[in-house]
Design a protein around this ligand. Structure first.
Ligand SMILES: *Cc1c(COP(=O)(O)O)cnc(C)c1O
Length: 242
């Protein structure tokens, strides 16, 4: 239990340091706890330590932990790959933001479902900035077109962009991913689309949050550095099919 609290403290220090080093207000950067594989009892400790923004990768995991955490009123975001056949389920668990909108058919089906429920949803457009085939996200060159199309679906409130940086120890390879996302954000802002805010940049994880903050992250998604190593490779959790 102490570990989780200590780890959170340390992550908040890292965020603060990175903000100060880049002339940013630490208030501009939200910490999202990436809680895949973490049991509800451990997530509870993190929430009790003051962290209320959670992100899961699989509907099944939200479902399993939902009731156990309900009394703490966390804010639930969805950060995993979303299959269209799971849209119905995601609306059952008051997820307030989906970070992983990466194709029009997904956005359209989500819009249809939301329309029938008379609901709206905040979304981020996920961009595959590292161009790795194994990763989800719209190709950078197609991102603006997708943003314009999704902007026409009035139940979806586009709040910004999300990316997973290149897995590398080489900063010189990671940084361009985040710069690219920022760049797409600027271009999208210049379109002045109705229904599009383009305020959030969800980027940076345990290993690269300092670089992401330097490049403008407003949400960093941290799992390992708070909860410890996971048993399964991340690719397993990025595919809702499995
Ligand atoms: C697991 C995960 C994270 C957190 O990664 P860590 O390296 O454990 O901090 C962030 N974003 C997404 C989409 C994830 O699946």
């Amino acid at each position: 239990m102490l570990h989780i609290q200590e780890n959170i403290k340390y992550i908040l220090q890292r965020i603060e340091k990175a903000c100060i080093a880049n002339n940013r207000d630490p208030q501009e950067v939200q910490l999202l706890l990436a809680t895949k594989t973490v049991p509800a009892a451990r997530i509870r400790l993190a929430i009790e330590a003051g962290q209320t923004l959670l992100g899961e990768n699989k509907i099944q995991e939200i479902k399993e932990k939902y009731d156990d955490l309900l009394d703490l009123k966390p804010t639930n975001h969805f950060i995993g790959h979303l299959q269209t056949n799971k849209i119905k389920d995601i609306l059952k668990y008051d997820v307030t933001c989906i970070h992983s909108i990466d194709r029009l058919d997904l956005a359209t089906k989500l819009h249809q479902r939301l329309t029938s429920k008379n609901k709206t949803m905040e979304v981020l457009i996920q961009v595959n900035t590292s161009n790795e085939e194994s990763k989800f996200g719209i190709a950078p060159e197609d991102a603006l077109a997708l943003i314009q199309e999704v902007a026409q679906l009035d139940t979806l409130r586009i709040k910004g962009l999300m990316t997973i940086g290149l897995f590398s120890a080489d900063e010189a390879q990671i940084r361009p991913c985040f710069q690219l996302l920022k760049n797409i954000q600027q271009q999208a802002k210049e379109l002045h689309l109705p229904n599009v805010e383009m305020k959030e940049l969800s980027m940076g994880m345990s290993g690269d949050l300092e670089i992401a903050i330097a490049e403008g992250a407003t949400i960093v998604r941290v799992g390992t550095a708070i909860f410890g190593e996971r048993l399964y490779p991340d690719s397993y959790y990025w595919n809702e099919n499995k």
